[in-house]
Design a binder for this molecule. Structure first.
Ligand code: AMP
Length: 587
């Protein structure tokens, strides 16, 4: 398959803001993509060469790409740099300059999608002497054969800046349209920008959509779903079961104002649980092998050898997938530790054993998604909880079931809440007893109640060089949330909560400057634009409506709480959450 076929779709999608029209282009692309290319196409469509949870990362700096453009076009590096300063977008620079390059292009071959993908993946595996030159060569090789517009998309993909505005929902819909339009007798009317459904009755359409969504939830892989849909149809999709060792997206929770509000949302009676302040951990077992995954679905089995051991010893069953919160504690004093302290274990590559001895984690299990080969997502929560209670032989400071109280009394729940706060927990959760488990969504089958305002996880997209005693540091950080298609939307500027001196503890200007400097993509006077990568937790007094920012919201008195190294760009707060919080504060 030629790379140009994909670029055509990037261009089509960029040409419209209409969601249905975008879906149409995507569905045509999927239909025309040979099955062996589906995985590649589905990743590249979203500007990726690795799944989000894959440990391999591209990590190519803009300077290196600049050099590759220089090698590919023979154009002076200084001129490329000037163009870059002018446009602020190396993709556009590559496109403009590729048009000017010498005859070489006329003789080079059409770019194949596989070659693009392979070269980009190789970038992450190179190590040792001569790495930089080899990377430049891999990129230059692609740029040499690329047509101008292809060069633009290659550069953006390499720099991880291709945000085509294609959300997971659009891909799901595109899969449905691509493989089931005939069965559903649907078609897209471009004139009216409307999906035409027989008798305007969406029942069957929604049924099919749910089945596609379920398949995506269970496999966590669009390509697998597309392949099964095209070869085995609806029945094939319905037969999919959850398989341990394939991480599942975690269910998320909404925020309730207080206990009364919680009851209104999840019903009476409800299950209340401690909300532990640790990190989400998915524990999988199959064929006597335990694997652990974070909320971002990164595998962390090696980092937590003690959890592997407890699970083997104290959880019965041939296969299962548990959802839990892991909380670290100090081995000597037995005291629980704040998340920041334990978070270093997640990324740790060396000295794992020593750290595990010093700072082990306790696993608090609160849900189960699969047991002995049976998918449990559609079982009621109370039934899932009963399974956990049956299969876990509880061992404090190793593995336990989340502390739970089932009640319909506001008073009893209030007492439980007080108890949780007194023992140092963040708050409590309230869960609907008969709800299913919905991977990846904030559906409200459970809500959290905590005394503090809900923080937002925002990505830094810009900053300003400081003055006076802060000169040499980046200050005043522009932060953003995202919409459902992954578009990055500014929501304010954070200047407080950051420390000048290391002794003060917490995040320093120096530390943030170090992290952000390599990510700078544009500079204008004192203002810099950075690649969205660094995620911070932000507290604020209030959310306000504001035309000043793309999100239409602004934060009053925002302050940085901590770096969220456990979160990726996909995990930053979305507009829906911001809106929820905005209306919540008005109640
Ligand atoms: P938040 O991150 O503030 O949206 O709160 C939800 C998070 O709380 C979940 O993603 C879990 O990591 C964590 N958590 C702690 N205890 C529980 C519990 N008993 N049930 C569900 N989630 C919990």
């Amino acid at each position: 398959m030629q790379y140009s076929a994909l670029v055509k779709v990037y261009e089509e999608i960029a040409s419209t803001t209409k969601r249905l029209e975008k879906t149409k282009y995507l569905s045509v692309l999927l239909k025309n993509t040979p099955s062996q290319n589906l995985s590649t196409v589905l990743l590249l469509l979203r500007g990726r060469v690795f799944a989000t949870w894959d440990k391999r990362k591209l990590g190519v700096a803009a300077r290196l790409v600049l050099k590759a453009i220089n090698v590919a076009t023979g154009i002076d590096a200084k001129k490329i740099e000037d163009e870059w300063k002018k446009t602020g977008d190396l993709g556009i620079v590559a496109e403009n300059l590729a048009g000017k390059k010498t005859q070489a292009t006329l003789f080079s071959q059409e770019l194949d999608i596989k070659q693009v993908f392979d070269n980009l993946q190789k970038l992450s595996t190179l190590e040792g002497a001569g790495t930089v030159d080899r990377k430049i060569k891999l990129i230059a090789q692609l740029l040499t054969s690329a047509k101008p517009v292809e060069a633009r998309y290659i550069v953006r993909t390499v720099l991880e800046e291709l945000r085509a505005g294609i959300g997971e929902g659009s891909i799901r819909d595109a899969i449905l349209w691509a493989y089931f339009s005939k069965e559903l007798k649907i078609h897209y009317d471009k004139e009216k920008n409307e999906l035409v459904i027989p008798d305007k009755d969406r029942t069957k359409y929604n049924e099919y959509l749910d089945i596609v969504q379920r398949a995506i939830d269970l496999t966590n892989d669009f390509a697998t779903v597309a392949k099964i849909a095209s070869t085995k149809g609806l029945e094939g999709l319905q037969k999919i079961e959850l398989k341990p060792q394939i991480p599942v997206k975690v269910m998320l929770y909404q925020k309730a104002k207080d206990i009364k509000d919680a009851f209104e949302r999840v019903g009476k009676p409800a299950a209340f649980e401690y909300k532990y302040d640790g990190f989400r951990l998915q524990v999988h077992k199959v064929d006597n092998k335990i694997s652990l995954y974070t909320r971002r679905l990164e595998e962390v089995t090696k980092q937590f050898p003690e959890v592997v051991e407890y699970t083997k010893k104290h959880v019965s069953g041939d296969s299962f997938v548990l959802d839990a919160e892991a909380v670290g504690f100090d081995k000597k004093s037995g005291k629980y530790l704040p998340f920041q302290k334990v978070s270093q274990r997640i990324k740790r590559k060396y000295g794992i054993k020593e750290l595990a001895d010093k700072m082990p984690v306790e696993v608090n299990v609160f849900d189960i998604l699969q047991y002995n080969g049976k998918t449990l997502l559609d079982e009621q929560f109370k039934k899932r909880r009963a399974i956990i209670a049956k299969i876990i032989d509880e061992q404090p400071k190793q593995i336990i079931c989340a502390k739970q109280l089932i009640t319909d009394s506001v008073k009893a729940a209030q007492e439980f809440y007080g108890q949780a706060l007194k023992s140092g927990e963040e708050g409590i959760m309230a869960k609907n007893l008969s709800s299913p488990y919905k991977p990846g969504s904030r559906v409200g089958y459970g809500v959290k109640i905590k005394p503090t305002m809900d923080e937002l996880d925002l990505v830094i997209v810009g900053a300003e060089w400081g003055e006076g005693k802060r000169s040499g540091w980046l200050t005043s950080f522009a932060v953003a949330c995202q919409d459902e298609d992954g578009n990055i939307l500014n929501i304010g500027k954070v200047g407080t909560g950051i420390k000048e001196l290391e002794q003060e503890g917490g995040v320093t200007f120096e530390q943030l400057t170090e992290l952000l400097k390599p990510l700078i993509i544009k500079e204008k006077g004192k203002t810099v634009t950075v690649k969205p990568k660094i995620i911070i937790e932000v507290r604020y007094e209030e959310i306000q409506k504001s035309p000043a920012y793309k999100s239409s919201y602004a934060l009053r008195f925002p302050r940085l709480v901590r770096l969220r190294e456990d979160r990726g760009l996909d995990d930053i707060s979305n507009l829906e959450t911001v809106e929820d919080l905005y209306y919540g504060q008005k109640k």
